[in-house]
Design a protein around this ligand. Structure first.
Ligand code: FES
Length: 121
C-alpha cells in the first residue's frame, strides 16, 4: 500500500513563515521599537469622548478617553494598582478614575488621588 500524497488541499503544505524582526510589533521587538518613535493614528479626535474606549495598538492594550478639561488621554489598559481594566473607569474633570479602588490618573498617567490610602502611604 502506497501513501497518497495530498496535492489538492492545504494539508500537505508546510506552514507559512514570516520574518519576526519585520512582522512583530510588540514592545521590545525591532519593528515595535521603530514604530514607537513615530506618531500613530489611532482614532478620530471627534470620537474621543468621556466614555473610555479600550483599544489595541502595536500589540498593547490601551484605553482612550477625553477628560473634563478636553484633553485626550491614552493609558495602559491595566490600572497600576491591582491591574484591573481602566476600560470601566469613570472619566472626571482631571482624568480617569479606576472603578475598583478609585485611584485617579490624569491624561499622562500620573496618579492624582488614592482615596483609600491614608496620608500618602
Ligand atoms: S485596581 Fe485600580 S485603584 Fe485599585
Amino acid at each position: 500500500m502506497t501513501a497518497r500524497i495530498d496535492s489538492e488541499t492545504a494539508y500537505g503544505m508546510t506552514p507559512g513563515t514570516y520574518d519576526r524582526a519585520l512582522a512583530e510589533v510588540g514592545r521590545g521587538t525591532p519593528s515595535g521599537e521603530l514604530l514607537r518613535r513615530y506618531w500613530q493614528p489611532i482614532a478620530l479626535s471627534k470620537d474621543v469622548t468621556d466614555l473610555p474606549q479600550p483599544l489595541s495598538v502595536l500589540g498593547e492594550e490601551l484605553v482612550l478617553f477625553r477628560d473634563g478639561a478636553g484633553r485626550a488621554g491614552l493609558l495602559h489598559a491595566r490600572c497600576c494598582h491591582r491591574g484591573t481594566t481602566l476600560g470601566y473607569g469613570k472619566v472626571e474633570a482631571e482624568g480617569i478614575r479606576c472603578c475598583y479602588h478609585g485611584w485617579l490618573f490624569d491624561v499622562e498617567g500620573h496618579c492624582l488621588d488614592q482615596p483609600c490610602e491614608p496620608d500618602g502611604e
